[in-house]
Design a protein around this ligand. Structure first.
Ligand code: MN3
Length: 246
């Protein structure tokens, strides 16, 4: 992908995101044109001023990921944590006219460059990251195939090496954050980010993500992050979603 990570232009980055992040946006605005939804493809819409962001629904039943991620965990993680990010985002952007009418991706990209808008960035990025995380998971997920499998073989050496890199990043992230499979400058790679940070603000295209904030696993696994990470990687990652994001 021919990105220029240091490019300060929002419009350039929005174009970049249009083929990636926007394709998987989870939160949509309540007002304005409804986004076109097809399997894995959603077109970001520029909402009317005053429109509100909405909590993206889970793409499966709340108990579908058990025993790795329980319905109880999801009731808090989606119903409380993710919802709070969306509610906070709506309150914050209502007070900042320069964010009116922007898509979620545009708010993330614009606020990432504004030190005075850290709260906007944190809540917008956490909304986006969680919507992307839900889509990264699927019960009974299979191994990658086709072009994605070829790219993994070429850039990691093997699927096992890719999974090990993801596991090491997820277990090695100090404190709260995320482990991502990304496409960066034409190659697949694994990166980790802290707190709300997101690779698409750095010109990298997210393909899959694992949430490693303690709220993601503590009710089910307590301090055993490694058990949660192994369960997610072995049983829940949706490689077809990753392939659609390529
Ligand atoms: Mn979380």
């Amino acid at each position: 992908m021919n990105t220029t990570p240091q490019d300060p232009s929002i419009s350039r980055r929005t174009l970049l995101v249009a083929g990636t992040a926007a394709a998987v946006v989870g939160s949509v605005h309540a007002a304005g044109a409804a986004p076109a939804r097809t399997a894995g493809l959603e077109l970001a819409v520029s909402p009317q001023a005053g429109a509100r962001f909405e909590l993206a629904p889970l793409p499966w039943k709340p108990d579908a990921l058990e025993p790795v991620i329980s319905a109880n965990t999801l009731s808090f993680h989606h119903g409380k944590h993710h919802k709070a990010y969306v509610d906070n985002l709506n309150k914050l952007v209502a007070e900042v006219p320069r964010y009116a009418g922007l898509t979620l991706e545009q708010v993330v990209l614009a606020s990432a460059k504004e030190p005075r808008d850290t709260a906007v960035f944190n809540n917008a990025a956490q909304d986006w990251n969680h919507a992307f995380f839900w889509r990264s998971l699927r019960p009974g997920a299979a191994a990658p195939s086709g072009k994605l499998a070829e790219r993994i073989q070429a850039d990691f050496g093997s699927f096992d090496a890719c999974k090990t890199a993801l596991s090491d990043a997820a277990k090695g992230q100090f404190g709260s954050g995320w482990a991502w499979l990304v496409e960066d400058a034409g190659k697949l790679a694994v990166v980790k980010t802290s707190n709300a940070d997101n690779p698409f603000t750095q010109g990298k295209k997210p393909l899959l993500v694992i949430d490693v904030w303690e709220h993601a696993y503590y009710l089910d696994h307590q301090n055993r992050r490694a058990d949660y990470v192994a369960g997610v990687i072995d049983k829940l990652l949706d490689w077809e979603f990753a392939a659609r994001n390529l």
